[in-house]
Design a protein around this ligand. Structure first.
Ligand code: IMP
Length: 431
């Protein structure tokens, strides 16, 4: 088995899209295993810009299959729209496969997402894409799967049963009940676009693994947004960790080999919840502008903080991260000194793990170290050895603090502004 699993080590938006794009070019299969169109990344390809929310970026490589696996929740209208935009731009999307076991996100889930957020005293700050309600209804065995969605008659029957539970919920929140006929009608076009791509994804992925094909598992969001291991309740409703792969893709746990943790050279977060190393004021504004830290899905400005090694160690512990990719290093140019959080002080004790209680996390004071910054531009640099000494020292410190090898360093937005410290990651741990 030759696999690489990409996971976000922070609160999402770490730059996973760029690494996925680079590794997708070398993969036979790219698999999204959780989440839905709450994720998003922008890919610049052939001089054009594409916003991808559901489809893996392997779609630009005709020989790479792109799988939306059983663990995803998929808004069919959004997926059909993404497919149509790609096709209009001349991208062949026949290499996109959708799992028959994935769940669909429909208008009532989006309405519920909004209604629940409005009703809550402690807002999560969701992306409003209906992700939480779709997963919640899946867990109560009220969800609708892709296999039922693509057959109009079957879908209608499932939808009537579904709405018998969901409409009373909507009404209880003061929102409008929804009609099955309307949903069937509004999704008719999407059904046509998607139906022919729906397959048993687990069989397909396992066949690829048996045939020693290269399979890239693409995590969305980040470890700190994990439903189980993140900063609950300010999390998403799936597991963006390596542990989410076997369940979400329908592959054996032994398929997880190399786990590439993606981290920014600093930290960002969107939505609510504590950010222990948060920076405010001019420096934060400056980093936000230079790093273009505005949500791809919602456009919201991201909060900014120093790099947090406690967060990285947490991600490593849970996902068995074997390698790191340090992204957006260029954004830290001219920042003096560079600060890294190496522990939290809580109740007079220093800890290197994330407390479960949101109140405790809010009381954690970061214990920090500082390092010399760098002023030289990084843009044209092609080898790690050519980085300014202080930039090298910073990356080496991240490796040391986390006990992880650094495989990539990103020094600019372009695909070729990515330094490879390990030539062939597919051969590492993949024996
Ligand atoms: P939901 O996933 O829309 O339910 O949102 C739950 C939380 O996860 C909110 O704080 C969102 O801002 C955050 N979130 C969801 N998807 C992403 C993502 O792709 N990047 C960053 N944050 C995300």
């Amino acid at each position: 088995m030759k696999t690489i699993t990409i996971v976000g080590t922070q609160w999402g938006d770490e730059g996973k899209g760029k690494l996925t794009d680079i590794l997708a070019a070398e993969a036979d299969l790219v698999v999204r295993y959780q989440g839905g169109n709450n994720a998003g990344h922008t890919i610049v390809f052939g001089g054009r810009k594409y916003a991808l929310h559901l489809i893996p970026s392997g779609v630009f490589h005709p020989n790479t299959k792109n799988v939306l696996a059983p663990g995803m929740v998929i808004d069919p209208i959004a997926l059909a729209d993404e497919i149509k935009k790609l096709e209009l731009a001349g991208v062949d999307t026949s290499n996109v496969v959708v799992s028959d076991r994935s769940h669909v996100v429909l208008a009532p889930h989006i309405a519920l997402d909004e209604a629940i957020e409005n009703a809550r005293a402690d807002k999560v700050g969701t992306t409003g894409k209906g992700i939480g309600p779709a997963y919640a209804l899946k867990a109560t065995r009220t969800g609708i799967r892709m296999v039922d969605f693509i057959d109009e008659a079957q879908f209608k029957t499932a939808l009537i049963a579904h709405l018998s539970v969901v409409n009373p919920m909507l009404k209880a929140f003061g929102a409008q009940a929804q009609s099955a006929e309307r949903i069937v009608r509004d999704t008719a076009e999407a059904r046509k676009v998607i139906a022919k791509r729906v397959k048993n994804a687990s069989v397909l992925i396992n066949q690829a693994l048996e045939n020693k094909k290269r399979v890239l598992f693409e995590g969305a969001q980040g470890t700190m947004l994990c439903l189980d291991h993140g900063t609950y309740p300010y999390v998403t409703s799936s597991s963006p960790t390596a542990a989410g792969v076997p369940l979400g893709a329908g592959v054996p746990p032994q398929a997880i080999k190399t786990v590439l943790g993606i981290t920014k050279a600093y930290t960002t977060r969107v939505g609510e919840g504590h950010l222990p190393t948060e920076i405010k004021g001019e420096l934060a504004d400056d980093i936000r502008t230079r790093g273009n830290e505005f949500g791809t899905t919602t456009g919201r400005p991201r909060r900014v903080g120093w790099l947090d090694a406690v967060v990285l160690k947490h991600a490593k512990r849970i996902s068995g991260i074997t390698h790191l990719a340090v992204m957006l290093l260029d954004v830290l140019r001219g920042v003096h000194p560079l600060t890294i959080c190496v522990g939290y002080r809580l109740n007079g004790e220093i800890i290197d793990w994330i407390p479960a209680s949101a109140q405790d996390l809010a009381r954690c004071e970061p214990v920090t170290i500082t390092m010399n910054g760098f002023d030289e531009p990084l843009e044209g640099i092609e080898r790690f050895e050519d980085l300014p000494k202080n930039a090298q020292a910073y990356v080496n410190k991240v490796a040391e603090l986390t006990g992880t090898k650094v495989a990539f360093v990103s020094v600019g937005p372009d695909r070729n502004q990515t330094l490879r410290l390990i030539d062939n990651l597919w051969e590492e741990n993949n024996g």
